[in-house]
Design a protein around this ligand. Structure first.
Ligand code: HEC
Length: 210
């Protein structure tokens, strides 16, 4: 019994010395040219294509293809070195492969998130530029150049409001839900702005109060 365990441990050791696995990937690539396209990650490192890797003695163990909004994403698992047909070897390989796949997928996901975040930030920035004119012409006499004034001493300074608070107040003026003494002063202006403009005004006030 003891002997068997010892020999499989030895085998595991030999395998990890001679067999090498790498994972390379490419985002937004095309099926027809992928084999000639330099891949990112692993030993490919932005320089070597599948064909280059094959020429260097690597073989393709597995390919994962997924559809993204802008094209196809390819993940290649490539292997170099001896093939040992022992169960320990293959299960160890599967373990590594799953780990590497998870790492790459996490990386792709993080990249996508960062791109989406940058897009939202840019949209807000653009909205703030448009909102600047609106705010200076229609709101600042009562609310202050930086949104710091309490209009007629009843409004909260706009610069301190979250975008949700602002939307909520504007909506209430629009539907006549506010019955404060000065609500009739603000109501016509509330009717004048929409949800998107409020978002822009909020972004503008945040940008000048940083
Ligand atoms: C003529 C003065 C005047 C102008 C111009 C004006 N407001 Fe107001 N605003 C007020 C007053 C007064 C109040 C508080 C009314 C009350 O007591 O309910 C108020 C309240 C608000 C509130 C709610 C604040 C809170 O405490 O919840 C928001 C948001 C707001 N205004 C946004 C705007 C925006 C955006 C513009 C430009 C499109 C604008 N206002 C233009 C006078 C003005």
């Amino acid at each position: 019994m003891k002997k068997v365990i010892l020999s499989s441990i030895l085998l595991l050791g030999t395998t990890s010395i001679f067999a090498e696995t790498t994972m390379c990937f490419k985002e937004n690539a095309s099926m027809s040219t992928i084999e000639k396209t330099p891949l990112d990650g692993g030993i490919c490192n932005g320089k070597l294509s599948v064909n280059d890797m094959k020429a260097k003695g690597w073989s393709v163990e597995d390919i994962k293809i997924s559809q993204s909004s802008t094209g196809m994403n390819f993940i290649y698992i490539l292997k170099n070195g001896v093939t040992v047909s022992a169960p320990t070897q293959s299960s160890q390989f599967v373990g590594n492969q799953a780990q590497m796949e998870a790492n790459i997928l996490a990386k792709l996901e993080a990249k996508k998130e960062a791109e989406e975040k940058a897009k939202v930030e840019k949209e807000l920035k653009d909205a703030a530029v448009i909102a600047k004119e609106l705010y200076t012409n229609k709101c600042q006499t009562c609310h202050g150049a930086n949104g710091e004034k309490s209009a007629y001493n009843t409004a909260r300074p706009l610069k301190d409001l979250s975008v949700e608070d602002m939307q909520e107040s504007i909506k209430n003026y629009k539907v006549g839900k506010v019955d404060s003494m000065n609500a009739n002063i603000m109501a016509p202006y509330a009717n004048f702005v929409d949800y998107k403009e409020i978002k822009g005004i909020h972004a503008y006030l945040q940008s000048i109060n940083k």
